[in-house]
Design a protein around this ligand. Sequence first.
Ligand SMILES: C[S@@+](CC[C@H](N)C(=O)[O-])C[C@H]1O[C@@H](n2cnc3c(N)ncnc32)[C@H](O)[C@@H]1O
Length: 373
Amino acid sequence: MSSCNPEFIQTTQLSFDDVPASGAMEGGGAYNKHAMLQARGSASALPCWERAVGHVALDHGDLPIVIADYGSSQGKNSLAPMRIAIEILRSRVGPDRPILVCHIDLPINDFNALFALLAGDPGCYSRNESKVYSCAFGRSFYESVLLPNHVHVGWSSYAAMWISRIPTSLRGHIFVPSSTVAERSAFERQGAQDWETFLSLRAKELRPGGRLVVVVPGARDDGLSGFENIMNHANAVLVEMLEDGAITADEYERMVLGVWPRRRQDLLAPFTSDGGFHDLILESCETTPIADAAWADYQRDGKLADLVNKRAAFYRATFAPTLASALRLAHEPEICRAFTESLEHKLKRRLTHEPAPINSLVVTIVLAKLGFM
Ligand SMILES: C[S@@+](CC[C@H](N)C(=O)[O-])C[C@H]1O[C@@H](n2cnc3c(N)ncnc32)[C@H](O)[C@@H]1O
């Protein structure tokens, strides 16, 4: 952070090629602790996941059954789906067949926190399982991550809405759904291209007869996702920081979240009328409204401070690292920490004055790879 004159806002066209679309989640287990909203959303997809794992084609060999978790972050929200998958697979193949769980995330993800969780969390899926193995891959899911025809069942929760690159700057906002039509079009194109890339890469990695379940926060037909209110508050905080000279105009302009909540029709667009795309067949696509548990608690107990603390901690753990990555001195942990704490503090103040529910929705897509081995 450094001082600036707010009058100089928006004078030059910046290149966004060096702006990471996603800065991963807040490390040190913070995401694990504060991603309750994501946990509820992905829990809504578990019935689809159970069915999908139950239908995966399995051979009678003794090679490991491979489960891939695309966009695992620090792993807490992956424990339940991985545990469920292992229980179902065990009931199908017996106790002796090895099962390999591959967690995939960006190289900047806090993999130490992931491994600490896998070693110490009482809810870890490998507890009481001598033949379950875990590994992690620090690579973007917009690249090939695993060997072709390798994955029996893939899970991806609250991750594929992060796009691969920022296609345009946003005038006066950090979140594209709150932005102009032209800016939204650029994100829409990038989102469409990335979704096809994601699907075609997973199609190669899945084994014939394998299943992929993708859970993403979606947008309604009008393009709204339910996160606009909190994003508007966060943006107002950043404008305040800009006006106070806590961040520069360049830094603010580079603060763009590479998140594109897609509408149901955007997610279904790659599939032909008979549900095919590459070797994948669409088995189901369900849209589920996600009840805002923090808001429900507040409605019941009236504890505004609890609501505001949960909201700000969720926002900080999920989005602050990406915003901080736009700081000129982003490589200095103390600078990032000061920025993050200031963002959280000011966000709490705004949310205290204007508390509101987050009425989000989640789309769960189940895909099968053609053919059997
Ligand atoms: C909101 S977290 C979701 C974590 C967890 N799956 C859950 O349901 O809570 C999104 C994760 O996706 C990861 N991510 C974003 N873009 C990615 C990419 N291109 N390749 C791999 N992981 C990515 C982020 O680093 C982050 O850890």
